[in-house]
Each structure stands twice: as C-alpha cells, then as structure tokens.
Design a protein around this ligand. Sequence first.
Ligand code: 6MZ
Ligand code: ZN
Length: 343
Amino acid sequence: MYLIFFFFFQELHAHLSGSISDETILKLLGTKDASLSEDIIEEMKSILKMKDKRSLEECFKIFSLLHTLTNSISNIKTCTYDVIKEFSEDNVWYLELRSTPKNVIGSYTKEDYIKAVLETVREAEKSFGIIVRILISIDRSRGVEDAWDTLKIVKELRNNVVYKKYIRGIDVSGNPSKESLLEYLPILREVREMELKLAVHLLELCESVAFEEAAEIFSEGLVDRIGHGTFLNQKLSGKTSHLVNVVLERKIPLEICITSNIKCGTVKDLASHHVNWWKNKDHPIAICTDDKGVFSTTLSDEICLYCKAVDGDIQDVMDMISTSIEASFLDENEKAGFKTANF
Ligand SMILES: CNc1ncnc2c1ncn2[C@@H]1O[C@H](COP(=O)(O)O)[C@@H](O)[C@H]1O
Ligand SMILES: [Zn+2]
C-alpha cells in the first residue's frame, strides 16, 4: 500500500480553521498576541494534548477556540498559507478549501477575511505549484441573516474576475444540532441563481429532522455534493430512507471523512464505516480529511484507511482519484486538462 505515496491527490472537503496544524497553533501562540488571554492560551495548549475521540459538540467548542487564533488579518494569512503548504507536502495537487468568513470588530470585516484568504491562496499556489479553489462556508449555527450577509459579499466579490476564478462554491456546515436547514432553503436557492456550486453537510446525525432537511434539499435538486451523509444509508425506525435511492440514482457524490466520523463518534469504527456500503454500490465518493488539525490526520492517512475499510488495492485508489476529479468544482475544461496532466 506504500505505493499510494506515488500518487497525487485531490482534497475536496477541508475546513480552514479545523485544518490548522499544531505547529501553526504553537507558532501563533508564541507570537504573544496581546489580544489572546492567558486562559485561552492555556486552553489551546490543553486541546493540543488530547487528540483522541471527542464528541461532535466538543469539536464545536474547539472550533470556537481556534477562531480566537484568527483574530487578525496577518494570522488568517499565516494559517491559510501553512494549511496549503501542508496539503501540498502531502502530495495534494488540487485543494478545495472552505472557510466561514468572520468579522472581528475593530480588526477586520468578512470581506477583508475573504480577500485575505484569496490573496494568500494566490501566493501559495505560486510557492507550492498546487491548485486551490475556495468554497465560502455558511455556518448554520450563525443564523439566516448572517448567511444572507455572506452571500451578498460573495456576489459583490465575484464581479472581480480574479476572485470569481477562486470562489467556486458554497459550503453549508456548522453544528448540525443547531437551526434546521429548512430555514436556509431560500439561501440555497439563491446560491443556485448565482451559478455557484453547492456542498452541504447532510445527515451527520441520525435524527428525523436531518432526513427532512435532506428530503427538501434533494427534492429541489439543490446540492452538488454531500458532506458526510453518515446516516443516509442507515435505517430509521427499522426502515431505510427512500433518500438513499435518490442519491444513488442521481449519483450525487459523497465527501467521506473517515477519521473525523470515528473520532466524533458518529461512526463506531472502521469496520462499520459507511464508505464500504457506498463503494459496493459503485457510487462516486471523494476521500477527504474534514479537519486535519483537529483530528490529527492527513489525506494520505485517510486514503490508507479507505483501502483498509474496503479491502481495496491500487486500482481502487486510482478509481477514487478519478471520481473525485469528476466531483470537483472545477469547470469541465479544467477537469479535462488536469486529467490528462495527472495520468
Ligand atoms: C466535524 N464535522 C463538522 N461538521 C459540521 N461543520 C464542521 C465540521 N467540521 C468543521 N466544520 C465547520 O468548519 C468550521 C471551522 O472552519 P472555518 O472556521 O469555517 O474555517 C467550524 O466552525 C464548523 O462550522
Ligand atoms: Zn466538514
């Protein structure tokens, strides 16, 4: 299986803040940024020590803590640059990085945040010969008003050809136990109008409301890729949802993040991971990291886990690589060009 290290990969599901490595965190803590209290620094150091299992709820506390690190434009740039560098060192030639624009009063606006990320992406592409595209995240726990505000900024930025080239889509993420996605349907329709691609975290929890959300989103054909879809193929009240057939028929690709699911406890172990079920159906999947910093993983580790889970070989890895280029938010000409360049 060590042969996989000769491959070049695509990463389609990586959250910027969750991907920040321990090295970058320690570097930023070492700069003694005056706005970080001693308590936050201590808390940050303690989360670096415990990297095993933690519940989804605990993960969201860690994300809030990580957000205190990106409290200046200079820190946002450092984190973005380092994350891209680390993916590139892990043989990633194409990266779709997603992040939630934030504003910090007196420091930066959401627009400044996005511009800082995009400028750093351009710089990092030149330094590392990697191709990076950006998905702007909507965090469902921040409310619909916040999402409309983000969308308005994205619309304006996309009037600029350079920004348009980099911003390929919208991601909907955030704590799935907060706010129903049904509230966000008008936002998702607007994303479609803007001709942006859409990736939505769906069915991370096995709750009836999660099935209702997914049913609405599928019925309007709003989603291009599904984040996790952990419980799509599971039985609820003894029955498998009809939604699984919709996803299979429409071949909506799934972004699969094995370590993230296991460490959050939404999947018990590798043997029971849903990736095997979807692979057996020959369904398009992309193996991804989700939050490589928070979960201490790399894309090559995830691909090794995938091989283990499906008892796969090099051909399975090559097939998955090819499917995930197809599932990427590159346009058709770019896909064709990159396919010939990679194989
Ligand atoms: C573990 N499974 C997950 N499920 C749902 N949302 C997740 C997530 N992992 C990360 N995020 C989303 O990404 C944000 C951090 O990156 P950015 O600040 O946007 O760069 C988190 O706050 C959350 O909204
Ligand atoms: Zn995610």
